[in-house]
Design a protein. Structure first.
Length: 423
């Protein structure tokens, strides 16, 4: 189908990418200060126990033994040797984690991690997840997507709908599905059974409209509303303006009541799981694990009696934990650009509570920083830290400190203070 020209908009930020997307993958390793890094895409965060065990073994035998969870529910292995690429690929393929070598970097799909478990939401998105992943892996166009392009499948509860995805499918109260592109205020309304195909068609339309010059919907030189109107025409679907998208946070740590039993939710401090922690998580699971975009793990149908042993190995199982809402990039010694061992400093500066999440960064790149309101803690060029509050994409209340004893107090104050009237 021919594509009509898209009208530029003064409200859109045009971005032209003059280089290839260097986003790492399972086959394209990234060289870091602590060795090579592999990023393994886990659509929807769903891992069978055998796959989880294979990842743990690869981390121990090829890398530093740890597994790092990303903000998209993927897994990174670090400290890999430069010559392990073929061995790693063979292990992942044998475990069913590389269904298509051409598509491995574009299988970026997040999904409501408790969908189908706790009885909430308007639909179980697991059939969407399986179908969309198969469609992506069969698409001739999809490999041209950036490794940063993101699909989100929300069961209606609003958890992954706020993760800045390029294509969002959200289950609607009437049994249909809403398809949104980027931050568009409009949606294409499609039948639930057509939703995965509609999501892929939306991504392929983005490729046509972008001409391969941008990586994300937000970078297009046109409003996302114009793109959703084009998607509606292609799908012969109604384009509507739904009620405001109510957004919720990710699962809290602890036991989750479910109609078929109890599920367990645990978080990994700063997204990093040691070999002992990963072993404990896989041992507690009967069939599968679900990794979450909040750097946690859902263990379906597991008794609450397993929580103490998960807590004993250092996982977060208590919703009152001071680790809650604290994130960080890798920092030193893993990254040469980092100005500090920010993970050690974040651990030494923990305080209970805090309305806003806090994210620690070793430099201005702020790798992995969350979207939305948060406290930004960044290692300063001349030593110490610069602490600011981001609300509504604007920076407020900037303070600096080079006094380690004051750092925890300053971060806690930024997380708990009411900044609603800041200018």
């Amino acid at each position: 189908m021919s594509t009509p020209p898209v009208r530029p908009s003064s409200q859109a930020t045009a971005v032209s990418r003059g280089r290839d997307d260097a986003c790492p993958g399972a086959l394209r390793l990234h060289s870091a200060d602590d060795g090579a890094l592999a990023r393994i895409r886990i659509p929807g965060g769903v891992l069978r126990v055998g796959q989880a065990q294979a990842l743990g073994l690869a981390a121990c035998e090829l890398g530093d033994g740890e597994l790092h969870l990303t903000s998209r529910g993927n897994v990174q292995l670090r400290g890999l040797t430069d010559d392990c690429g073929a061995d790693l690929a063979s292990r992942l393929e044998s475990a069913g984690l590389l269904p298509s070598w051409r598509h491995e970097r574009v299988r970026n799909i997040v999904a409501s991690p408790l969908s189908g478990l706790d009885g909430r939401g308007f639909a179980d998105v697991r059939p969407w997840l399986r179908a969309l992943d198969e469609l992506v892996c069969a698409s001739e166009a999809a490999p041209r997507l950036s490794g940063r392009f993101l699909f989100a499948l929300d069961d209606g509860r609003g958890d992954v709908a706020g993760l800045d995805a390029d294509v969002t499918l959200r289950a609607a109260p009437d049994g249909s599905a809403w398809l949104r592109m980027g931050a568009s205020d409009s949606v294409a309304v499609v039948r639930s059974e057509d939703a995965p195909r509609a999501a892929l068609l939306a991504a392929e339309a983005f490729l046509e409209l972008s001409g391969g010059r941008v990586w994300r919907v937000a970078e297009l030189p046109c409003p996302a509303d114009e793109l959703i109107n084009e998607i509606g025409r292609r799908l012969q679907a109604e384009v509507a303006s739904p009620p405001a998208w109510l957004l919720t946070s990710g699962p809290s740590p602890g036991a989750v009541a479910a109609p078929d039993g109890t599920a367990l939710s645990v978080l990994a401090p700063l997204g990093r799981l040691t070999s002992a922690q990963w072993t404990a998580v896989t041992a507690a699971a009967s069939a599968e694990l679900r990794l979450t975009p909040w750097r946690g793990v859902i263990i379906p149908i597991a008794p609450a009696e397993r929580l103490p042993e998960l807590h004993a190995v250092g996982l977060i199982t208590d919703p009152a934990s001071p680790w809650l809402g604290v994130g960080a990039c890798i920092g030193r010694p893993g990254c040469a650009k980092s100005r500090a061992d920010i993970r050690a400093d974040a651990a030494a500066s923990l305080t209970a509570g805090g309305v806003l999440p806090a994210y620690w960064s070793g430099c201005e790149r702020r790798c992995g920083r969350p979207r939305g309101d948060h406290v930004d803690v960044i290692a300063a060029q001349d030593g110490g830290y610069r602490i600011s509050v981001f609300r509504d994409s604007r920076e407020h209340t900037i303070t600096t400190t080079d006094n380690p004893s004051r750092l925890a107090v300053s971060v806690a104050a930024a997380r708990t203070h009411d900044h609603s009237h800041d200018q």
